[in-house]
Ligand binder design. Structure first.
Ligand code: HEM
Length: 318
């Protein structure tokens, strides 16, 4: 009996160790995950983001985009933050585009000083995103925590999973659907384009060739985005209130002032028109749906079998 019980204890211990090592133990995320292990976490992240946004308001947008690009590639596992082999940073949608990595590094350094080897980079990114949005006027919410960091990056998945600015509505619905997000989630999450900047190369064809665009708006954008050259020149995604997180993205769409082809696809006679109208007149509904969809996106887990850990440096595996 004693032999049996000690052997079964050994087996259970082995199973737990294997599950933890492989990251297969997908525990439910919880807002209280670090309540005792890192009680100052929320304060540290908030202060780091407050400083970064004060230096440059656009940083709220840049960090929000990092979270999206992390979560759509093998779940929210900090894989986007890794330098080196197979890096996602070098994938098409991120190269010379994704930014804000130093801000996450700086916050991680502060977090490590307070609670060593405890908080994942993926969780820091999730919290920093929430704080950035809130600091520029958006809603706040309680962030489920307990994500773990992958040991590898997935460059080809980044190329495959992230939608481009020329995407059709059908493509957007399909690509978000592949991540377990429905069309309503997709339309609410696209409201993230109420903040931030884009390079000319991503909206040039829209402002020179498309017909479902406001003429004054197209002319305005053409002033700093020439037919050739100026690829990296910047324009605000939201022409109305560039640095404020509000529902102006949707009022812009109603006036055919979406910057990307993919933006205007949400209001072009298709299935999302009614929801865009709703968000344009009801900021409370938009904020509520945005938060719901952000939490849903933040719950996307790494594929079974992904090896995970709490990274000490967000740029490399331990
Ligand atoms: C629906 C499909 C989407 C497409 C096709 C798309 C595409 C793009 C592109 C091309 C840029 C400009 C990048 C550059 O100029 O370097 C951009 C910027 C941005 N995107 Fe999206 N995006 C999409 C959805 C999202 C989602 C779901 C979020 C977040 C929840 C998001 C957040 C942002 C933010 C905040 C920026 C500005 C970043 C900055 O200023 O640094 N996007 N997006």
């Amino acid at each position: 009996m004693a032999t049996f019980s000690s052997r079964s204890t050994t087996l259970i211990t082995l199973a737990v160790v294997l599950a933890v090592l492989s990251g297969a133990a997908e525990a439910q995320l919880s807002p209280n995950f670090y309540a005792t292990s890192c009680p100052n976490l929320a304060t540290i992240v908030r202060q780091g983001m407050a400083a970064a946004v004060q230096r440059e308001p656009r940083m709220a947008a840049s960090i929000l985009r990092l979270f999206f690009h992390d979560c759509f590639v093998n779940g929210c596992d900090g894989s986007l933050l890794l330098d080196g082999t197979n890096s996602e940073k070098a994938a098409g949608p991120n190269a010379n585009s994704a930014r804000g990595f130093e801000v996450i590094d700086a916050i991680k350094t502060q977090v490590e000083a307070s609670c060593r080897a405890t908080v994942s980079c993926a969780d820091i990114l999730a919290l920093a995103t929430r704080d950035g949005v809130n600091l520029v006027g958006g809603p706040t919410w309680s962030v489920p925590l307990g994500r773990r960091d992958s040991r590898a990056a997935f460059q080809s998945l980044a190329n495959a999973n992230l939608p481009g600015p020329g995407s059709s509505l059908a493509t957007l619905i399909r690509m978000f659907g592949n991540q377990g997000l429905n069309a309503r989630d997709m339309t609410a999450l696209s409201g993230a384009h109420t903040i931030g900047r884009s390079q000319c190369r991503f909206f040039r064809s829209r402002i020179y060739t498309e017909t479902n665009i406001n003429g004054t708006f197209a002319t305005q954008r053409q002033q700093t985005c020439p037919r050739s050259g100026g690829d990296t020149n910047l324009a605000p995604l939201d022409v109305t209130t560039a640095d404020a997180f509000d529902n102006a993205y949707y009022t812009n769409l109603l006036q055919q002032r979406g910057l990307f082809h993919s933006d205007q696809e949400l209001f072009n006679g298709g299935s999302q028109d009614a929801l865009v109208r709703t968000y344009s007149t009801n900021p409370v509904q938009f904020n509520a749906d945005f938060v719901t969809a952000m939490i849903k996106m933040g719950n996307i887990m790494p594929a079974a079998g992904t090896t995970t850990e709490v990274r000490l440096n967000c740029r490399r595996p331990n």
